[in-house]
Design a protein around this ligand. Structure first.
Ligand SMILES: [Mn+2]
Length: 373
């Protein structure tokens, strides 16, 4: 079992070879883009709590587990430190969750249903249920430990099932940091081609990366031992503060869930009609200025023209600028407490991994306060 080291490197660390504190301090004096946005909910706004999740067991294509490695190799974390002036805490290498990673079958190159270290048969149709539950439980604790210090929690995935961990960890930390405050329930902006709100029962595929929102909102619960039975009320979010942006491939069962629960969703149709600027105004107004925001960005929200290396691409998506704008608008709100970037799959090389990685780097930079001018 991978060990949990919650607070990581207490003094931060340098990702470049010889970056020094002196140089960084001088840079933050002359380039203050990050600190220029007043932060409403972060007590340590210049600190980032990084979690690097190399896990792909929430779906059937190997490769998203290598997402954090290619993003960091492209210099993302170094840039956040040297260009944006953050002090980095948490992971400086990718957590691989080897014990829980499903095996790849030689026959078809797809992920098999049981992980190498323990038997993991389907539960309620879910594939790899115990593996995904165990990994997301650990992610939840790790991200909680970062968020509870008042840092912004940045998580690089991994498939989107890991958001069961990230969002639950942040929800718990914010409740704890603002006890008694009626606004201590986080809002989640879920940017995605898909709604990821299937219950095990409505899902056709059984892939848990299509279900995280149903577990996070309590639309589905589990009492099966070792299968998401670790999720409690303190981990959950309300459907009232959930906002989708970029939807265009929503299952019939999910459409019913969105309608029945009156969940706020801006599809590509809405973006076409109003433009991304107005959509973001409406999204932030809906959430309200008194609520912390967790931004969970699936790179497949972007059109495959910009981000082809992802497991479930859907044409007709966001341009890179629209994606960046969403991130910029969330950063400008001063309400952002956590950012996920998920579903970058460098094994899917058709169309170009480089473009996808560059898009991912750009999205994260924008979400963390980078500006064009
Ligand atoms: Mn997703």
């Amino acid at each position: 079992m991978p060990s949990i080291e919650p607070s990581g490197h207490a003094n931060g660390h340098t990702y470049g070879s010889n970056g020094t504190t002196t140089k960084k301090a001088m840079q933050s004096e002359s380039f203050p883009p990050t600190s220029s946005i007043p932060q409403k909910f972060l007590s340590n706004p210049s600190e980032l709590g990084v979690t690097l999740v190399g896990f792909s067991g929430g779906q059937c294509r190997p490769g998203t587990d290598a997402g954090p490695a290619v993003l960091t190799q492209a210099g993302l974390l170094t840039q956040l430190e040297s260009d944006l002036g953050y002090t980095l805490h948490g992971d400086n290498s990718v957590r691989n969750f080897d014990d829980y990673q499903p095996t790849v079958t030689a026959r078809d190159g797809m992920v098999s249903n049981s992980s190498p270290k323990f038997d993991d048969p389907d539960v309620r149709g879910m594939k790899n249920p115990r593996s995904v539950s165990a990994v997301t439980e650990q992610i939840s604790e790790l991200v909680y430990q970062q968020a509870r210090t008042g840092r912004l929690a940045l998580t690089l995935g991994g498939d989107h099932s890991i958001a069961i961990g990230t969002v639950s960890g942040v929800a718990r930390a914010i409740r704890e940091r603002f006890p008694g405050d009626p606004n201590n329930e986080i809002a989640v902006i879920w940017v995605d081609a898909h709604a990821d709100i299937n219950t095990p029962e409505t899902s056709d595929s059984g892939n848990i990366h299509g279900m995280p929102v149903s577990f996070l909102t309590g639309l589905t619960t589990s009492t099966d031992k070792g299968v998401f039975d670790w999720i409690h009320d303190s981990h959950r979010i309300t459907t009232k503060k959930l906002v989708y942006i970029g939807l265009r491939d929503v299952d019939a069962g999910e459409k019913k869930i969105l309608r029945d629960n009156n969940i706020k969703a801006f599809s590509m149709h809405d973006i076409d009609r109003h433009g991304i600027g107005k959509v973001m105004d409406q999204a932030l107004e809906y959430i309200g200025s008194d609520t912390p925001i967790h931004l969970s960005f699936d790179v497949d929200a972007l059109d495959p023209m910009w981000a082809p290396s992802t497991g479930t691409p859907v044409r007709g998506g966001l341009t890179l600028r629209e994606g960046d704008f969403i991130c910029e608008a969330v950063a400008e709100s001063g309400q952002c407490v956590a950012v996920d970037l998920v579903e970058v799959n460098p094994r899917l090389v058709e169309g170009g991994v480089g473009d996808t990685v560059r898009a991912g780097v750009s999205l994260v930079r924008c979400a963390l306060g980078d500006t064009l001018l």
